[in-house]
Design a protein around this ligand. Structure first.
Ligand code: BES
Ligand code: MN
Ligand code: MN
Length: 461
């Protein structure tokens, strides 16, 4: 029988080819035109799980996109790891900003990825990272190194809020009973600086509609005398942050968990190069809440951002018009112990209260999620840390992630399970953005590292 190392060396190219095949399926969960492709991606993953030796593999239908389940239960005295990931992806637009088509993966070398990176929508978030677990499982099975029971639960709705996965876990508590959830859907600091996220932000996502006159008007005939909802909306949004870039919604910070000076000092030890950060984004200066570092602003502090804004004429040339309506999609990232329902309600009340009499506003709430922190003094975290130390030659730094994976809070509240955020991506991998990529180094390093998590976790338990 091969060792894990030899097996990986022998099957490296196939592991990559399979991922490229998966990346060719446009499993865009947000767009109903791709429903069949989302199902195709689910079936692809289910087939590979089966081929690797998983039992009871199913593509479980839901009222939305399906959930792929599979398991290998080897001994009830051993701990059980629930692997979660998602095979759906974000829409690829704007398409014109991609250097190569989003669903035709290509491999190119870059400064950050001298071994080459796979360019495709979902390469990092999350097909590439999710598929590392399928291949690591294949390796453990084929080499006699599976040391824990394992259950896979891979969903197709993460990028649209995981609504039906929430229903699924509530209905399948027994089937999903495990000791810990293992997730690769986050980033590390750098390829030579491994880290493990120990927290994720929550999310409140709002949409606002501001209505002025009952129809679009000639901006010369009426302009200056009738409120322009686009102007008003811009003022209202601008007022949501003060001169220190603090959010002005009354009560917004009430429940925010303020970190101690000690915790903040610890965080500041993580390497961070502000000049490289600015250069990468082509900005002259960073921006954010007074009194906090860039790292803190992007992880332990709550935020408010416009994700989309539209109104009036946006076609070619100039049309003189005073629009009837203006819209914006506004998200707030939340930190422990803020509650997304409470924050959404505070936003709605405040936004309605600041609207001048000359307009009407309508505020609606989209899906949200709660923030989480995961323990660092637990057996699974220590196993993950030791696994990364083994394969990177360096102890990973605990970090707080800025993104959100709403289902993680439900794993805790519904299943009573803590998660390990075992991410191998980089923040610069262009998640949700054109030219998303995932380093070959990262893909193979993940596949190499995951079996050590299983080994160390079984030894500790
Ligand atoms: N994998 C990301 C979340 C993430 C990215 C966490 C990087 C930490 C670092 C996930 O797929 C995602 O994009 N989540 C959404 C929320 C969801 C409700 C659409 C997000 O964070 O915007
Ligand atoms: Mn993801
Ligand atoms: Mn995502």
């Amino acid at each position: 029988m091969d060792t894990l190392h030899d097996y990986l060396e022998k099957h490296k190219d196939r592991f990559l080819e399979e991922l490229l095949d998966l990346l060719r399926i446009p499993s865009i969960s947000a767009d109903s035109a791709y429903k069949a492709d989302v199902l195709k991606a689910a079936e692809f993953v289910a087939d590979k799980l089966k081929a690797a030796g998983a039992d009871n593999v199913e593509v479980c239908p839901t009222d939305g996109h399906p959930i792929v389940y599979g398991e290998k239960l080897i001994d009830h005295n051993l701990p059980t790891v629930l692997v979660y990931g998602h095979y759906d992806v974000q829409p690829p637009d704007p398409l014109n900003l991609w250097d190569s088509p989003p669903f035709e993966p290509v491999i190119k070398k870059t400064d950050l990825h001298p071994e080459g990176a796979i360019y495709a929508r979902g390469a990092c978030d999350d097909k590439g990272q999710m598929y590392m677990h399928v291949k690591a499982f294949e390796m453990m099975m084929a080499t006699g190194n599976l040391t824990c029971n394992v259950k896979f639960m891979l969903e197709g709705e993460e990028e649209v809020g995981s609504e039906h996965l929430g229903v699924f876990i509530k209905a399948n508590k027994e089937k999903l009973s495990s000791d810990v959830v293992l997730i690769s859907d986050t980033a590390m600091l750098a390829n030579d600086t491994p880290s493990i996220d120990v927290g994720l932000r929550g999310l409140s996502y709002m949409e606002v509609e501001v209505t002025g006159p009952n129809r679009d008007l000639h901006s010369g005939v009426y302009g200056g005398a009738v409120a322009n909802p686009a102007n008003i909306l811009a003022k209202m949004i601008a007022s949501l942050q003060d001169e220190n870039n603090r959010i002005t919604i009354p009560g917004f910070y009430d429940d925010v968990d303020e970190l101690s000076q000690e915790e903040r000092a610890k965080m500041a030890e993580a390497p961070f190069d502000l000049e490289a950060y600015k250069a990468d984004l082509d900005i002259n200066a960073v921006w954010g809440e007074e009194g906090y570092s860039t790292m803190e602003r992007a992880s332990i502090r709550p935020t408010l951002d416009v994700n989309g804004i539209w109104s009036g004429y946006i076609g070619e040339g100039a049309k003189t018009v005073l629009p009837s309506k203006a819209y914006a999609k506004i998200s707030m990232r939340l930190v422990p112990h803020q509650d997304s329902h409470k924050i959404s309600a505070l936003f709605q009340k405040h936004f309605e209260s600041i609207a001048p009499d000359c307009v009407k506003v309508k505020v609606t709430s989209h899906h949200g999620g709660e923030p989480v922190v995961t323990p660092i003094d637990s057996a699974p975290f220590i196993a993950a840390s030791n696994a990364m130390e083994k394969t990177f030659g360096k102890k990973p730094i605990p970090t707080r992630g800025g993104g959100s994976i709403p289902i993680v809070a439900l794993f805790e509240s519904v299943l009573g399970l803590k998660s390990v955020l075992f991410g191998f991506g980089l923040d610069s991998d262009n998640l949700h953005s054109p030219n998303e990529k995932y380093g070959l180094f990262n893909y193979y390093k993940g596949i190499e590292t995951i079996p050590y998590f299983f080994k160390y976790y079984a030894e500790e338990m």
